[in-house]
Design a protein around this ligand. Sequence first.
Ligand SMILES: [Zn+2]
Length: 290
Amino acid sequence: MPELPEVETVMRGMRLHLDGRTIARVTVRREGMRTPFPPDLARRLEGARIRGFARRGKYILMRLDTGESMLLHLGMSGRVLLSLPGKAPAPDRHEHLSFETTDGTHFGLIDPRRFGTVDMMPTADEGTHRLLARLGPEPLGNGFSQACLHQAIARRKTSIKAALMDQSVVAGIGNIYASEALFRAGIHPARMACGLDAPEEARLVEAIRAVLEEAIAAGGSSLRDYAQPDGELGYFQHAWRVYGRAGQGCPDCPGGKVCGGVVRIEQAGRSTFFCPRRQVLPVGAPIAAG
Ligand SMILES: [Zn+2]
């Protein structure tokens, strides 16, 4: 599932190839995905000039000169396909929405599991849209600090991992980057969120920024490889430190011998990965079940 860095990479790819272009032809191949497509979607896009992109949490906003923005969420398996003029691919049966710009650039939204979302709203109302209004701060923005994180988790009795995945605490973090940030900060994922002290919260804020910035940089390199696009945006190779590495050597412990390797546990039905040496439970620290 794409999280903030993957969404940021898709957004930058769209900006690179679509910003300033005018949408010529729109093809809507089904009623919708997770939710129905907005009424008259094709009519509202056709003829519009694209005048900028933004990202909020895991949502992409494509702003149009009609005064509307198209919101895009990639769900579990969504990808964006961009093709240069004259290189439009054979239609994919999972391409639910596509458009071509007047210069022939092709945009396709491909989502086999159809958990993604597309919506339209007045650009002026982006901040109050039902999917965006309750999002927490952007983790890479100035508004995200130890004080801000403290305020969001001070009364939470869930695990700190579950709290990080709550989009109202901080926007854009999912299962992968929650594990990676907690590893980086040296905090056990089952710690109760309200039990963290101020230095731990400060460490976590720094760790979240670091893992996201590194992943965005990796996405940037994949974007450079994408300079002749006839491929898909949305996922890129990234070396996780603990995510998906159960039983393998932990990069923080030489040879993985010291800690015995990365451990996988389940929290609220999702996998969490951590290092049992770097991320210990302090004596007496409250633990959360989910
Ligand atoms: Zn380790």
